[in-house]
Design a protein around this ligand. Structure first.
Ligand code: FES
Length: 350
């Protein structure tokens, strides 16, 4: 993902019930986020929400993903409660049909009358990648999505867990994903070792608006009870790469050249609610049941969720003086600085 210069003065209508500050909403609306799992958008429209904007996701008859505001401008009914007919979405209230460009093609109450050009859906760009459907509320720009090379690599298998909802902010979730000193406390039921608390030194590198952190430690990534022997002296490398505002990848280097890649996409439903999408790719255990990996990841997400939902303040503080930092927090300190530079938090009030 390259630098996007958010134009915070762009005139985009704010959602009716906006939980963000106006500044933050206008900055965040310029970025791309996943809003649905591609395979879940089939023959019926799917409801989604991004930055407090209700969306409907559906497919054209050619299978192209379409994202629109979940609102029929006739009488305000949600189109996501409607259905599909020949690649057109049908409003459930009076049966108006809309094509994949958002134009109304049928008003059943007046089949022989000209249709008002004002009967057009509010459309957003849609891109399908990494098994997800992505959109951007400000639209019009080239899609700027995080890199996730494992997904396209034939040496890797793809695993796509279901989306995971968190009653917490995307910033807090993201920071938790980057945090390396909580393994021994939050993840003792999955992979953390309560007797291995010390965080060795590591460095954070900045390239453009991306962050890179290679964290080497003795904390295993094998699940509790797996009892898989590790070569003597093996050190676990966890390579983080941050794509602001709310995506990051983690490549965990396993013994024998194994690589597990996780793309953490925290889609901001609202300022205090996050839908996590997390495609995974790995180049080992290719014949092992993917259900085991999905179950393990859901366990880890659940352990993190309990903490993210309890943190105060709910918004990630971007003023570095607001919370106290330790050396192990290098990545999160750099992440907060990065979000500040994007223009977020300029009128932070909570
Ligand atoms: Fe959609 Fe009337 S509200 S057709």
């Amino acid at each position: 993902m390259s630098v996007m210069e958010p134009d915070v003065n762009a005139v985009l209508p704010l959602p009716r019930e906006c939980t963000f500050t106006e500044n933050d909403w206008r900055v965040l609306a310029r970025y791309w986020y996943p809003v649905a799992i591609a395979d879940e958008v089939k023959d019926a429209p799917v409801a989604a929400k991004l930055l407090d904007v209700s969306l409907v996701v559906y497919r054209s008859s050619a299978g192209k993903a379409v994202v629109a505001r979940d609102l029929c401008f006739h009488r305000g009914a949600p189109l996501s409660k409607g259905w599909m007919e020949n690649g057109e979405i049908v409003c459930p209230y009076h049966g108006f049909k809309y094509n994949c460009e958002g134009a109304c093609t049928s008003v059943p109450a007046h089949p022989n009358s000209k249709i008002s050009p004002r009967l057009k859906l509010a459309m957003y760009p849609a891109v399908e990648r990494y098994g997800l459907i992505w959109t951007c509320l400000a639209g019009g720009e080239e899609p700027r999505l995080p890199d996730f090379p494992g997904w396209e690599d034939p040496d890797f298998i793809r695993i796509l867990p279901p989306s995971f909802d968190i009653a917490g902010s995307a910033g807090r979730q993201m920071e938790g994903f980057l945090d390396v000193s909580h393994f021994a406390y939050v993840h003792t039921e999955s992979f953390g070792d309560p007797n291995n608390t010390e965080v060795p030194q590591y460095k954070v590198r900045r390239e453009g608006t991306e962050l890179f952190a290679d964290y080497v430690s003795t904390v295993s990534n094998y699940g509790k009870g797996q009892n898989i022997p590790v070569p003597e002296g093996f050190l676990w490398l966890r390579a983080f790469r941050v794509f602001p505002p709310f995506a990051a990848s983690l490549t965990v280097h396993f013994p024998h050249e194994g690589k597990l890649m996780i793309l953490n996409c925290a889609s901001p439903v609202s300022a205090r609610y996050t839908r996590l999408f997390c495609p995974i790719a790995r180049n080992f255990d290719k014949d092992a049941p993917v259900e085991d990996a999905i179950r393990f990841n859901l366990q880890v997400f659940s352990e993190d969720r309990a903490m993210v939902e309890a943190q105060k303040p709910e918004d990630l503080p971007l003023d570095l003086l607001e919370e106290v930092h330790i050396p192990a927090d290098r990545t999160s300190i750099a992440y907060r600085q990065l979000l500040s530079e994007l223009g977020l938090g300029r009128n932070y009030t909570s």
